[in-house]
Design a binder for this molecule. Structure first.
Ligand code: FAD
Length: 286
């Protein structure tokens, strides 16, 4: 199918883009188009204006520093996935990106677009949420930084207001003695997952579990983050943490999987991801 008619705007700078968004309150931002264009073609969305940021070179950035990785709104999944610098600062990002769709989609889709799209089955929202990252938003009214905990407000809904452009996302660096892991189960590789887990484990100086968190995709209307340190205890009882998760979650059934299967699967993935993250934390601590 073809998309409904729209006016195409092609800004060259962020300021120009913000001006265009202010003038057209029902406009949608077009980034990689890997989610928006199918929605238009299926006539599930019909914005009268598209502000296409593909010509805004200042948004095509990936900055890696001691504090974390800042990904600009035009950085494609593939660039971040292959960035050795980003992997050194925050390996969870690349680990999760390998599960996002297929290589051709990752060549075009953007990290920030994926966050703005806020699909509860997408990998990157869960990663941003479990790391306690942020999204930087800009509009003609000014700029603000939105913590991940406030950013994802529901299925395909975010805290971005009309006229706002997400200019970057910030993924904090891994603290010392920290390990991460990402695992998911999809019916076919590249499909949206039935359930997925991004795990972060930090050991204390005595190599006991100091912090253990898991971010989930595919099992709630928005990314879900659970603190599992207490359930796992200082020696890392990962089966106990998985049992706690099974009790806490309330996944919905759909045509791909029953709620019972999703609950069971999420426990299995939790145990696996936490054990892998803890093993990495131990290697880093020694
Ligand atoms: P676009 O499609 O351009 O935009 C998506 C939405 O976000 C639109 O509403 C748009 O207005 C808004 N938006 C984009 N950028 C901004 C911005 N900077 N500021 C404000 N709003 C913005 N994703 C996964 O996570 N996991 C998968 O397994 C997966 N599988 C896929 C399989 C297929 C076959 C396809 C076609 C896509 C799949 N995707 C998957 C989606 C893909 O990752 C998209 O790239 C991503 O969801 C959106 O990024 P984009 O840059 O293409 O955004």
């Amino acid at each position: 199918m073809k998309p409904p008619p729209f006016r195409h705007h092609a800004p060259r700078t962020v300021d120009e883009a913000l001006g265009m968004l202010a003038d057209a309150p029902r406009a949608k931002v077009l980034a990689g188009g890997q989610s928006l264009i199918p929605l238009l073609n299926m006539r599930l969305a019909a914005p009268p204006d598209l502000v296409d940021i593909n010509g805004v070179a200042e948004l095509d950035t990936v900055h890696c520093g001691d504090e974390g990785v800042r990904v600009g709104a035009l950085a494609r999944h593939a660039r971040v996935e292959r960035s050795v610098e980003a992997a050194a600062v925050q390996p969870l990002l690349g680990r999760a990106l390998r599960h996002v769709a297929h290589p051709v989609i990752r060549n075009r889709g953007t990290v920030v677009g994926s966050l703005a799209h806020a699909d509860p089955a997408a990998e990157l929202p869960a990663v941003l949420a479990v790391l306690g990252g942020t999204v930087e938003a800009a509009s003609a009214r000014g700029r603000r930084t939105i913590p991940a905990a406030d950013f994802f407000t529901g299925p395909l809904e975010s805290a971005l207001a009309p006229g706002e452009l997400a200019v970057a996302a910030f993924f904090p660096a891994a603290p010392p003695r920290t390990g991460t892991a990402f695992t998911e189960t999809a019916r076919r590789h590249g499909d949206y997952a039935l359930s997925g887990v991004a795990a972060v484990v930090t050991l204390d100086e005595d190599l006991r579990v100091g912090a253990a968190r898991a971010g989930y995709l595919g099992i709630a209307p928005a990314p879900l983050v659970l603190d599992l340190a207490e359930a796992a205890g200082p020696h890392g009882d990962w089966p106990a943490a998985a049992a706690y998760v099974r009790e806490r979650i309330d996944p919905e059934p759909d045509i791909h999987a029953s709620a019972r299967y999703r609950r069971h699967l999420t426990g299995v993935l939790t145990e696996r991801a936490l054990a892998t993250a803890a093993a990495e934390a131990l290697r880093r601590a020694r």
